[in-house]
Design a protein around this ligand. Structure first.
Ligand SMILES: Nc1nc2c(ncn2[C@@H]2O[C@H](COP(=O)(O)OP(=O)(O)O)[C@@H](O)[C@H]2O)c(=O)[nH]1
Ligand SMILES: [Mg+2]
Ligand SMILES: [Zn+2]
Length: 301
């Protein structure tokens, strides 16, 4: 029997089983043994990977090979054998960070950390400022508008009044998006607003407790308008601990281009004379909030 190779996308990953969307339906696959050979320092296959599979006679499938990842959202997981690279999502087109304008109060320092992690992982980031209905006219832009200066796109939404929902839907269309943000910001409500039930499904992704082993189910949810969305909790634990202070410059789009103009090439942008970054802060071209976040992260906080 000669098996035909099919192309597909991993849309669900759970304990060594991968559900692959082939275009002709879903096939639950396992990895071919040959792929597991050698010492692995990270997930061999992951949610969002594009793969080639063979369909087996029992209706299941075997993953024969995995296409190189363009990018990935990776959590570094320190283990006794070394640091393991856990892939939360392979090949995301973008990350959407949902924060509420109020209830809960937006924690911009958390947003700044998420943005740095996205820059590190080369995932384009979009900010969703939700619950605009809870603040006075113009207040949402006063809070989140500063992120437009370094070039981030900010969507202003309300799942209650429908403000910005079309824009949010258009933004997800035809793309694979990772959604993140503090609990209560309105992620599920926004998803339900564009596609009833979607938020419920996404919310259902959680850790299933089987005895002492916790199996995490990771899943991409299909959008009617084409594209997929995945809940990617745990950005807080993606850790900045492996960033060297001088590397951080590159992950602040408003700081990166100025660094070469500092008088000293090992400038820490804190106290040195001729610092182009501090000059930009003083001139209001870099927001104080962003500079404070930068300094804290630089200090490893
Ligand atoms: N006023 C207002 N409330 C919202 C909005 N979006 C969500 N909520 C409410 O905020 C709470 C948390 O929403 P949820 O979607 O569960 O947040 P999640 O934890 O990020 O998924 C719920 O009570 C929602 O009804 C919004 O745009 N405006
Ligand atoms: Mg939710
Ligand atoms: Zn400097």
């Amino acid at each position: 029997m000669t098996a035909r190779l099919k192309e597909g996308l991993i849309v669900k990953a759970q304990s060594g089983f991968f559900t692959v969307e082939t275009g002709e339906g879903l096939i639950v696959c396992q990895l071919r043994g040959k792929l597991k050979r050698g010492r692995s320092i990270g997930d061999i296959a992951a949610l969002g990977d594009r793969v080639h599979i063979t369909a087996l006679s029992d209706g299941s499938g075997a993953i024969e090979d995995i296409e190189p990842r363009e990018r990935a959202i990776i959590r570094l997981d320190p283990r006794p054998q070394g640091v393991y690279q856990q892939v939360l999502l392979a090949n995301p087109d973008q990350a959407l960070f949902v924060f509420a304008c109020a209830q809960p109060e937006p924690r911009l320092r958390m947003l700044d950390r998420f943005l740095v992690i996205a820059e590190m992982q080369k995932v384009p980031a979009i900010i969703v400022a939700n619950k605009t209905d809870l603040v006075a006219e113009g207040a949402a832009r006063r809070i989140f508008g500063m992120y437009e200066q370094p070039g981030y796109r900010v969507l202003y939404t309300s799942a209650v009044t429908g403000t910005g929902i079309n824009e949010f839907r258009d933004c997800l269309r035809d793309r694979i998006s990772a959604l993140a943000g503090p609990s209560g910001a309105g992620k599920s409500s926004l998803l339900n607003a564009i596609q009833p039930g979607l938020g419920l499904d996404v919310n259902a992704i959680s850790a299933a407790n089987k005895g002492q082993h916790t199996t995490v189910v990771r899943q991409l949810f299909p959008l009617n308008g084409h594209g997929y969305v995945a809940d990617t909790p745990g950005w807080k634990s993606l850790a900045l601990w492996d960033i060297r202070p001088e590397e951080l410059d590159a992950y602040f789009p408003e700081i990166a281009p100025l660094v070469q103009s500092c008088q000293f090439n090992d400038c820490t942008h804190t106290h040195e004379p001729g610092c182009a970054v501090r000059a930009a802060v003083e001139a209001g071209r870099i927001q104080l909030q962003r500079y404070d976040s930068y300094i804290r992260m630089r200090a490893g906080k």
